[in-house]
Design a binder for this molecule. Structure first.
Ligand SMILES: [Zn+2]
Length: 251
Protein backbone atom coordinates (compact mmCIF):
# COMPACT_ATOMS: atom_id res chain seq x y z
CA UNK A 1 0.00 0.00 0.00
CA UNK A 2 1.17 3.49 -0.79
CA UNK A 3 -0.07 6.59 1.08
CA UNK A 4 0.48 10.25 0.26
CA UNK A 5 0.86 12.40 3.36
CA UNK A 6 0.28 16.07 2.70
CA UNK A 7 1.40 18.61 5.28
CA UNK A 8 -1.10 21.37 4.60
CA UNK A 9 0.11 24.85 3.52
CA UNK A 10 3.85 25.70 3.70
CA UNK A 11 6.35 28.36 2.66
CA UNK A 12 4.68 31.69 1.92
CA UNK A 13 1.35 30.22 3.09
CA UNK A 14 1.61 29.59 6.85
CA UNK A 15 -2.04 28.53 7.13
CA UNK A 16 -3.76 29.64 10.32
CA UNK A 17 -1.58 31.52 12.79
CA UNK A 18 -2.15 32.01 16.52
CA UNK A 19 0.23 33.68 18.98
CA UNK A 20 3.16 33.07 16.66
CA UNK A 21 2.21 29.43 16.15
CA UNK A 22 1.97 28.47 12.46
CA UNK A 23 -0.33 25.78 11.18
CA UNK A 24 2.10 24.88 8.36
CA UNK A 25 4.74 23.91 10.95
CA UNK A 26 2.34 21.84 13.06
CA UNK A 27 1.16 20.08 9.92
CA UNK A 28 4.68 19.25 8.76
CA UNK A 29 5.74 17.90 12.15
CA UNK A 30 2.72 15.61 12.30
CA UNK A 31 3.15 14.54 8.67
CA UNK A 32 6.73 13.40 9.29
CA UNK A 33 5.76 11.57 12.50
CA UNK A 34 2.82 9.83 10.82
CA UNK A 35 4.97 8.87 7.86
CA UNK A 36 7.55 7.18 10.09
CA UNK A 37 4.91 5.13 11.83
CA UNK A 38 3.37 4.03 8.53
CA UNK A 39 6.77 3.12 7.08
CA UNK A 40 7.51 1.02 10.15
CA UNK A 41 4.24 -0.78 9.42
CA UNK A 42 5.45 -1.60 5.89
CA UNK A 43 3.40 1.04 4.10
CA UNK A 44 5.02 3.12 1.34
CA UNK A 45 4.88 6.82 2.11
CA UNK A 46 5.08 9.77 -0.28
CA UNK A 47 5.22 13.29 1.18
CA UNK A 48 4.01 16.33 -0.72
CA UNK A 49 6.65 18.28 1.20
CA UNK A 50 9.28 17.54 3.83
CA UNK A 51 10.36 21.13 4.34
CA UNK A 52 8.88 24.61 4.52
CA UNK A 53 8.01 24.76 0.82
CA UNK A 54 5.36 26.83 -0.91
CA UNK A 55 2.86 24.69 -2.85
CA UNK A 56 -0.53 25.37 -4.33
CA UNK A 57 -3.25 22.83 -3.53
CA UNK A 58 -3.13 21.90 -7.24
CA UNK A 59 0.55 21.03 -6.93
CA UNK A 60 -0.18 18.95 -3.85
CA UNK A 61 -2.90 17.01 -5.68
CA UNK A 62 -0.63 16.58 -8.69
CA UNK A 63 2.21 15.13 -6.59
CA UNK A 64 -0.32 12.69 -5.18
CA UNK A 65 -1.66 11.69 -8.57
CA UNK A 66 1.79 11.18 -10.06
CA UNK A 67 2.77 8.90 -7.18
CA UNK A 68 0.07 6.38 -8.05
CA UNK A 69 -0.74 6.03 -4.34
CA UNK A 70 -3.79 4.27 -2.92
CA UNK A 71 -4.75 7.01 -0.47
CA UNK A 72 -4.18 10.74 0.12
CA UNK A 73 -4.13 12.08 3.69
CA UNK A 74 -3.90 15.85 4.16
CA UNK A 75 -3.04 17.17 7.63
CA UNK A 76 -4.31 20.53 8.88
CA UNK A 77 -5.26 22.43 12.02
CA UNK A 78 -8.61 24.14 12.28
CA UNK A 79 -9.22 27.78 13.17
CA UNK A 80 -12.26 29.62 14.50
CA UNK A 81 -13.19 33.32 14.14
CA UNK A 82 -12.73 33.90 17.87
CA UNK A 83 -9.95 32.20 19.90
CA UNK A 84 -11.05 29.39 22.21
CA UNK A 85 -14.47 29.28 20.57
CA UNK A 86 -14.43 25.66 19.37
CA UNK A 87 -12.54 22.50 20.15
CA UNK A 88 -12.03 19.08 18.58
CA UNK A 89 -11.16 17.10 15.49
CA UNK A 90 -13.05 17.02 12.23
CA UNK A 91 -12.16 15.19 9.05
CA UNK A 92 -13.18 16.46 5.63
CA UNK A 93 -14.03 14.38 2.55
CA UNK A 94 -15.23 15.17 -0.97
CA UNK A 95 -18.50 13.39 -0.19
CA UNK A 96 -19.61 11.32 2.75
CA UNK A 97 -19.52 8.00 0.92
CA UNK A 98 -17.42 4.91 0.63
CA UNK A 99 -14.10 3.97 2.13
CA UNK A 100 -12.74 7.49 2.51
CA UNK A 101 -15.73 8.39 4.70
CA UNK A 102 -15.25 5.23 6.75
CA UNK A 103 -11.57 6.10 7.21
CA UNK A 104 -12.51 9.66 8.19
CA UNK A 105 -14.88 8.31 10.84
CA UNK A 106 -12.23 5.96 12.22
CA UNK A 107 -9.66 8.76 12.41
CA UNK A 108 -12.09 10.96 14.35
CA UNK A 109 -13.07 8.14 16.70
CA UNK A 110 -9.45 7.15 17.29
CA UNK A 111 -8.55 10.75 18.10
CA UNK A 112 -11.15 10.97 20.87
CA UNK A 113 -8.74 8.73 22.83
CA UNK A 114 -6.26 11.61 23.05
CA UNK A 115 -8.95 13.93 24.39
CA UNK A 116 -10.27 15.63 21.27
CA UNK A 117 -13.99 16.10 20.85
CA UNK A 118 -15.31 14.42 17.72
CA UNK A 119 -16.79 17.13 15.51
CA UNK A 120 -17.64 14.62 12.79
CA UNK A 121 -17.05 14.02 9.11
CA UNK A 122 -17.82 16.97 6.80
CA UNK A 123 -18.29 17.12 3.05
CA UNK A 124 -16.08 19.73 1.33
CA UNK A 125 -16.38 19.12 -2.42
CA UNK A 126 -14.76 22.48 -3.18
CA UNK A 127 -11.37 21.68 -1.64
CA UNK A 128 -8.77 21.07 -4.35
CA UNK A 129 -6.87 18.31 -2.54
CA UNK A 130 -10.14 16.41 -2.14
CA UNK A 131 -11.56 17.19 -5.59
CA UNK A 132 -8.48 16.93 -7.81
CA UNK A 133 -6.91 13.83 -6.29
CA UNK A 134 -7.69 10.64 -8.22
CA UNK A 135 -7.56 8.35 -5.18
CA UNK A 136 -9.61 8.36 -1.95
CA UNK A 137 -8.64 11.44 0.06
CA UNK A 138 -9.26 12.76 3.57
CA UNK A 139 -8.29 16.03 5.22
CA UNK A 140 -7.80 15.86 8.99
CA UNK A 141 -8.32 19.05 11.00
CA UNK A 142 -6.44 18.02 14.14
CA UNK A 143 -7.83 20.44 16.72
CA UNK A 144 -8.12 24.22 16.59
CA UNK A 145 -4.84 26.12 16.46
CA UNK A 146 -6.47 29.08 18.22
CA UNK A 147 -7.88 27.01 21.07
CA UNK A 148 -5.44 26.60 23.95
CA UNK A 149 -6.82 23.28 25.19
CA UNK A 150 -6.50 21.76 21.70
CA UNK A 151 -2.90 22.99 21.45
CA UNK A 152 -2.17 21.43 24.83
CA UNK A 153 -3.46 18.10 23.48
CA UNK A 154 -1.49 18.55 20.25
CA UNK A 155 1.75 19.19 22.10
CA UNK A 156 1.51 16.70 24.96
CA UNK A 157 -0.06 13.84 22.95
CA UNK A 158 1.70 14.50 19.66
CA UNK A 159 3.01 10.94 19.22
CA UNK A 160 -0.35 9.42 20.17
CA UNK A 161 -2.15 11.60 17.62
CA UNK A 162 0.16 10.31 14.88
CA UNK A 163 -0.29 6.74 16.11
CA UNK A 164 -4.07 6.98 16.19
CA UNK A 165 -4.24 8.35 12.64
CA UNK A 166 -1.83 5.61 11.54
CA UNK A 167 -3.93 2.93 13.25
CA UNK A 168 -7.03 4.10 11.40
CA UNK A 169 -5.18 3.93 8.06
CA UNK A 170 -3.68 0.52 8.83
CA UNK A 171 -7.10 -0.81 9.89
CA UNK A 172 -8.36 -0.05 6.39
CA UNK A 173 -5.24 -1.10 4.48
CA UNK A 174 -6.97 -4.00 2.75
CA UNK A 175 -9.82 -1.78 1.61
CA UNK A 176 -7.57 0.78 -0.02
CA UNK A 177 -5.17 -1.52 -1.82
CA UNK A 178 -6.11 -1.88 -5.44
CA UNK A 179 -6.40 -5.60 -5.85
CA UNK A 180 -6.49 -7.25 -9.22
CA UNK A 181 -4.33 -9.16 -11.62
CA UNK A 182 -1.84 -6.80 -13.14
CA UNK A 183 0.48 -7.53 -16.04
CA UNK A 184 2.62 -5.23 -18.12
CA UNK A 185 2.11 -5.42 -21.87
CA UNK A 186 5.24 -4.59 -23.88
CA UNK A 187 3.83 -5.18 -27.34
CA UNK A 188 0.83 -6.17 -29.44
CA UNK A 189 1.59 -7.78 -32.82
CA UNK A 190 -0.22 -9.25 -35.79
CA UNK A 191 2.69 -11.53 -36.56
CA UNK A 192 3.64 -14.22 -34.07
CA UNK A 193 7.31 -13.97 -35.06
CA UNK A 194 7.37 -10.31 -34.03
CA UNK A 195 5.82 -11.17 -30.66
CA UNK A 196 8.43 -13.89 -30.27
CA UNK A 197 11.19 -11.41 -31.01
CA UNK A 198 9.85 -8.95 -28.39
CA UNK A 199 9.58 -11.73 -25.83
CA UNK A 200 13.17 -12.81 -26.49
CA UNK A 201 14.29 -9.21 -25.99
CA UNK A 202 12.51 -9.10 -22.61
CA UNK A 203 13.94 -12.45 -21.54
CA UNK A 204 17.45 -11.40 -22.57
CA UNK A 205 17.07 -8.40 -20.26
CA UNK A 206 16.04 -10.54 -17.32
CA UNK A 207 12.24 -10.37 -17.44
CA UNK A 208 9.76 -13.24 -17.48
CA UNK A 209 6.92 -13.11 -19.94
CA UNK A 210 4.65 -14.94 -22.29
CA UNK A 211 2.74 -14.48 -25.51
CA UNK A 212 -1.02 -14.43 -25.23
CA UNK A 213 -3.22 -14.47 -28.31
CA UNK A 214 -5.93 -11.81 -28.37
CA UNK A 215 -8.15 -12.18 -31.40
CA UNK A 216 -5.95 -11.57 -34.45
CA UNK A 217 -3.17 -10.18 -32.26
CA UNK A 218 -0.43 -11.55 -30.08
CA UNK A 219 0.23 -9.66 -26.85
CA UNK A 220 3.56 -9.93 -25.07
CA UNK A 221 2.89 -9.79 -21.33
CA UNK A 222 5.45 -9.49 -18.54
CA UNK A 223 4.92 -10.26 -14.86
CA UNK A 224 1.79 -11.17 -12.96
CA UNK A 225 0.97 -9.52 -9.65
CA UNK A 226 -2.07 -8.63 -7.56
CA UNK A 227 -0.44 -5.37 -6.46
CA UNK A 228 -0.85 -2.27 -8.59
CA UNK A 229 2.20 -0.73 -6.91
CA UNK A 230 4.32 -3.74 -7.91
CA UNK A 231 3.02 -3.55 -11.45
CA UNK A 232 4.04 0.12 -11.56
CA UNK A 233 7.50 -0.78 -10.31
CA UNK A 234 7.83 -3.45 -13.01
CA UNK A 235 6.62 -0.96 -15.60
CA UNK A 236 9.35 1.49 -14.55
CA UNK A 237 12.00 -1.24 -14.89
CA UNK A 238 10.72 -2.18 -18.35
CA UNK A 239 10.70 1.45 -19.45
CA UNK A 240 14.28 1.84 -18.25
CA UNK A 241 15.13 -1.23 -20.37
CA UNK A 242 13.67 0.53 -23.40
CA UNK A 243 10.22 -1.05 -23.73
CA UNK A 244 6.94 0.69 -24.48
CA UNK A 245 4.60 -0.37 -21.69
CA UNK A 246 0.98 -0.54 -20.71
CA UNK A 247 -0.34 -1.93 -17.41
CA UNK A 248 -3.27 -4.22 -18.09
CA UNK A 249 -5.61 -5.67 -15.52
CA UNK A 250 -8.16 -8.42 -15.23
CA UNK A 251 -10.16 -7.75 -12.06
ZN1 LIG B 1 -5.17 24.37 6.94
Amino acid sequence: MKVVIDAGHGGSDPGAVYNGRKEAEDNLNLALELGEILRDAGIQVVYTRTGDETQTPFEKASIGNQSGADLFVSLHRNSSPIPNQYSGVETLVYDDNGKKAELARRINENLTTVGYQNLGVKERPGLVVLRRTNMPAVLVESGFINTDTDNAIYDTQFRQIAEQIADAIISMQQDFERKGNYRVQIGLYRMFSNAQYALMQAISKGFNGEIVSQGEYYAVLVGNTDSYAKAQELERQLQQAGFDTLIITSR
